[in-house]
Design a protein. Structure first.
Length: 143
């Protein structure tokens, strides 16, 4: 696999964008600060990080069986989780005695996870998680 754009990579990036956007659309409809575009970009960026990590592994991995591997593709995905924590923290707002934005922060975390899963080719799982997240957001509201 070269560094060029392939159909497989394009499909992953488009699917991650669509799934992240679907989650963000519900947030947008309800007037939350992180909406359609934010969730789409989080999922898209997470997917690209994973695709890039896999490319690094394929390009620079030590496949001779001698010495250490030197490249761990899982490290990038782990750092996506950490980075999204900071973005999610920015979505949480304290208003006097109440805290708002926890659901939006969790949605950003899920959108990142969906992007990572799409990036490694877990399409059906990503679609299922997106569906479950949207069902949760629509039907499991506080009374």
């Amino acid at each position: 696999m070269g560094a060029e754009l392939t159909l497989d990579i394009a499909v992953k990036l488009v699917l991650a964008s669509m799934l992240g956007g679907i989650i963000g659309l519900e947030r947008e409809v309800h007037g939350r600060p992180a909406g359609f575009r934010t969730h789409l970009l989080v999922s898209l960026g997470s997917c690209l990080f994973v695709i890039t990590s896999i490319f690094f592994y394929q390009k620079f991995g030590n496949f001779t069986g001698q010495g250490t591997l030197g490249v761990d593709p899982g490290r990038v995905a782990a750092q996506v989780v950490t980075g999204i924590g900071f973005l999610g923290a920015g979505a949480i707002i304290r208003e006097k005695a109440s805290i708002r934005g926890l659901t939006t922060a969790a949605c950003l975390w899920v959108a990142a996870a969906v992007g990572v899963a799409v990036g490694v080719g877990m399409y059906a799982t990503s679609i299922l998680v997106t569906s479950l997240a949207v069902i949760n957001l629509i039907f499991l509201k506080k009374p």
